[in-house]
Structures are given as structure tokens and as C-alpha cells.
Design a protein around this ligand. Structure first.
Ligand SMILES: [Zn+2]
Length: 240
């Protein structure tokens, strides 16, 4: 049975009005990104970081999925068991579009996590108010469920599980700066990249040799929503 691995990034949700720290040049509203998205920042000022994630959750409440989220959800419905739906996004727009099995490589905005027992629990768009205790172990040490700079991303192992299980790779709206999608594409006979602009592939030695799209068989140089129809057709034909 043919299977596909999707890895989506900020570009998938950008047209739904979700912004990321990359759009903000190091400053996110009044927040210094390194203070609110790093382990060091969290250790220095938990209250500030909690306020930041409360604001992100509130922002997310009225955001709606776009055509690209719906396209992935449609494929998931049509081809059950043939889709690995991996995303770097911490929003819930794939779920809102109807996806049931999303792997959030960098965590989820709408959950909190217990620092004592590791239990992850849904908070929706509500504020973490300092009185939230873990429903499993009742510890008051709870935090946002988003992976920070300087800590491990345990879900990354799912990328390699998916790689071993799939024969098509589709990357959507990711600049390839966090996850090396160019190297992943090399592992596939057929791969598709959807991104509105060409991004340089910088090697581990820091040199630029090729554009990331050159590692993919098929490059759709468009925004996610503009590419949704073509992506549906391509992936549908491959899986069907
Ligand atoms: Zn707990």
C-alpha cells in the first residue's frame, strides 16, 4: 500500500493569520523571542513565558483552517491509514479541518504539560492562571506544551518511523531551517515541495550549495492555499 508523509510548517497556517517568531525579527509584540521560546527564558521568568503562551492561545481561538488544511483532511478521509500527518505547527488548524491523527513535532498550544509526571492535558484556548494542577498527579508544576529552544523534541523520532513506512514525501510551507527536509527528500524516489519562495539549503558546514527545491522531484512554488488543488491531485493519484 502506498503511503505519504506530510511535513508542514508555518507556511501552511500563515494564510489563516497565524504568525510565528520568524515573522517578527526577534520581537513578538513586546516579547523578546529568546526570552519566551527558550529554556533559559523559561527558567528566568516563568510568569512572562506563561503570559506569552496565554496570548498565543487567545489569538488562536478565532483562527480558521484554510484550503490547504482541508485538502490534507480530505486525503486523510479518502485514504485512511496511508497518511502520516506531521506538522511543525503548534496550532490546531489541521484538527479543526477534520484531521484526526496529527503528529505535532513541536508540541501543541492548546495543551499544558505536567513537569512532574509528563501528563499532557487539554486547556483549549483558556489562560493558564497559575492554579492549574495536573489532573493525573495534582502537581502544580505545569507548563505550556510547546518545545522550546534548548530542549529535545521527542516527537522527531516519528519522522524516521514515517520515513521507513512511506514512499512519497510532501513538504508544505517549511523553510527547512529547523528540520532538514532536503536530506529527507533525498531518501525518496518521489517528493513534492510546496513553498512560495526558493530557500537556500545551508549545509552543516554553513555553506550554500543548492536551493532546497532542487532536492525535490516536484516543486510547486506557491502559497499553501494556491497549491492545495494541485497537491490533492498529485497525492490522490499516488495513493489511489
Ligand atoms: Zn502530573
Amino acid at each position: 500500500m502506498k503511503k505519504v508523509m506530510f511535513i508542514s510548517g508555518a507556511g501552511l497556517s500563515a494564510e489563516s493569520g497565524i504568525r510565528t517568531f520568524r515573522d517578527h525579527d526577534g520581537l513578538w509584540e513586546q516579547y523578546d523571542v529568546m526570552r519566551v521560546c527558550s529554556v533559559q527564558g523559561w527558567e528566568d521568568d516563568r510568569e512572562l513565558v506563561t503570559r506569552f503562551y496565554n496570548a498565543r492561545r487567545k489569538d488562536l481561538a478565532d483562527k480558521k483552517p484554510n484550503a490547504a488544511h482541508y485538502a490534507i483532511a480530505e486525503l486523510e478521509r479518502k485514504f485512511p491509514g496511508q497518511i502520516w500527518n506531521l506538522t511543525q505547527n503548534v496550532d490546531d488548524l489541521l484538527e479543526k479541518a477534520g484531521c484526526r491523527d496529527v503528529v505535532h513535532l513541536h508540541g501543541t498550544l492548546t495543551d499544558l504539560r505536567c513537569e512532574e509526571c509528563g501528563h499532557v492535558f487539554d486547556i483549549g484556548y483558556a489562560e493558564q492562571n497559575g492554579h492549574d494542577a495536573c489532573p493525573m498527579c495534582e502537581s502544580a508544576l505545569v507548563r505550556h506544551n510547546v518545545v522550546m529552544f534548548g530542549e529535545a523534541a521527542p516527537e522527531y523520532r516519528r519522522i524516521y518511523e514515517a520515513l521507513a513506512d512511506t514512499d512519497l514525501f510532501v513538504a508544505i510551507g517549511t523553510s527547512g531551517q529547523v528540520i532538514d527536509i532536503a536530506s529527507l527528500a533525498k531518501e525518496y524516489e518521489y517528493s513534492v515541495l510546496i513553498n512560495p519562495k526558493r530557500e537556500e539549503h545551508v549545509t552543516s558546514f554553513g555553506s550554500f550549495e543548492k536551493y532546497i527545491d532542487e532536492y525535490f522531484e516536484h516543486f510547486i512554488q506557491k502559497n499553501a492555499t494556491a497549491a492545495a488543488e494541485e497537491m490533492l491531485g498529485l497525492v490522490g493519484r499516488h495513493l489511489g
